[in-house]
Design a protein around this ligand. Sequence first.
Ligand code: AMP
Ligand code: MN
Ligand code: MN
Ligand code: MN
Length: 322
Amino acid sequence: MPHHLTNADLHSHSTVSDGTLAPEAVAAFAAERGVELWALTDHDEVAGQARARAAALAAGLDHLTGCEISVSFAGETVHIVGLGFDETDPALVQGLAATRAGRLQRAREMGEGLARVGIEGAFEGALRLAGNPDLVTRTHFARFLVEAGVCPNTHSVFTRYLKEGLPGYVPYQWARLGDAVRWITGAGGMAVIAHPARYRFSPTAEYALITEFIEHGGRGIEVVTGSHGVADVMKYTDTAREFGLLASRGSDFHSPTESRVMPGELPDLPGSLTPVWQALQERITRAGRNKSLRKNPESPTLVGCPELRAFVHLLRPPFSSV
Ligand code: AMP
Ligand code: MN
Ligand code: MN
Ligand code: MN
């Protein structure tokens, strides 16, 4: 089978960051939906990687290590996915620890901002919902506000409270682009620009992001991802070709009830692109003989029907902004 048709999902989250399923459950969920190659990419943390690898192999999934690093670039938060690195690399581990170090204080300030508009207990609520106290994210605040009946769903919490300029938003200085790329590449991995269509960049700022990313050693860009519509896929297919970047594919799955796109249900990568996994072959841990476990003819997947998969995005409106 040509490389670009591999059902790869190289962007997903577990309870180690802001997903609702444990790493083992995400692996099982992905395998049931026909994923063949999987990476768990928790925000700013690699503590779930050994569990993810073991669970992937048990479920018959080929596996790459992963993470999603928060970066500040030109006044915007940008996410850089790392794939295929050694998760014990000290510079990577220390860099990620430094990146998430201020999250608890930021969360306290977010709670104060929300208290000022009459929403009490949000910090404590978000902390309770966070699987990892080091990694309280806006997603946990969003879930708390839904639980408290303030908003009907997490998306509306972001729109009303958590985006820049709103009461629950606290500006934060994340990692520098070059540092994030070097932590990943220094650990033997590949850096990939996550969901490029979600940033509010001018064409000039986006050009700066891509060229600086490449100068620092970055090599990939997500073309097919949960928040990209058809026009975004077409635009970033052109971008990948223009800049000679490898293309990645990942659902950005967080939860079976919150995420619009489930693992395994993304459109295929366009055949004109070179997938990141083609260049990462030596970094992939193969599921080997367990692979047959993956085949489950009863599972409700679109994998057997590539024509349908290519149209999934037409049925689901993409959501925008980080
Ligand atoms: P943080 O790193 O704490 O700023 O949280 C960022 C996370 O919030 C992202 O990784 C997404 O999971 C989530 N998020 C951002 N924007 C939205 C949105 N509009 N709707 C739902 N979740 C969002
Ligand atoms: Mn997230
Ligand atoms: Mn992201
Ligand atoms: Mn993500």
